[in-house]
Design a protein around this ligand. Structure first.
Ligand SMILES: Cc1cc2nc3c(=O)[nH]c(=O)nc-3n(C[C@H](O)[C@H](O)[C@H](O)COP(=O)(O)O)c2cc1C
Length: 148
């Protein structure tokens, strides 16, 4: 059993719904989950068998949703040492924008810069695609859980 902390960035609720769906999948496999919708640096747990899951949409012109902007500011100002943190990252966006899924890329770069290790390919989900985001994320999560 592993422990997963979700850090969610969402304006209209889709990324939050997606995180809840992914948490259900993990719980059904006997993993423990917690979802943070106002994520802060203090919520970062570094311990064995623990993963951080970033799930974040993009708004404005490549901007982070308001609820997760404080986290980015804290990471930049506090510069925590995240060498032993393992995380995965899922972005939600619309490919009609030049800044497709820019927010998750910004967060990903910041976590990597602070020494954290992303342990799966960055997943970017285009909401203009036919498949629902939950179905895409479920397939991706299944694959990662099987091969990690
Ligand atoms: C005003 C507005 C601006 C947006 N800007 C971007 C953007 O720059 N890049 C992107 O990939 N998607 C953009 N999107 C698409 C959203 O990321 C997408 O609709 C997402 O599902 C919203 O997730 P949320 O409900 O969690 O906020 C934008 C959507 C809106 C309404």
């Amino acid at each position: 059993m592993s422990h997963f902390s979700f850090f969610v960035g969402s304006t209209l609720g889709s990324a939050e719904d997606l995180a809840e769906d992914m948490a259900d999948i993990l719980q059904n496999r006997s993993h423990q989950t917690v979802i943070h919708t106002s994520p802060q640096v203090d919520h970062i747990l570094i311990k064995p068998d623990h993963y951080l899951i970033l799930v974040c949409s993009t708004h404005g012109a490549g901007d982070l949703p308001d609820n997760i902007q404080p986290l980015l500011m804290q990471l930049i100002t506090k510069q925590p040492h995240l060498a032993d943190l393992e995380y995965i990252a899922v972005g939600l966006g619309d490919s009609a924008y030049d800044t497709f899924c820019q927010a998750i890329q910004t967060l990903d770069q910041q976590f990597t810069h602070l020494g954290a290790s992303r342990v799966a390919d960055l997943l970017t989900i285009d909401v203009s695609q036919q498949d629902p985001p939950e179905a895409i994320a479920e397939k991706w999560l299944d694959h990662w859980l099987t091969h990690r």
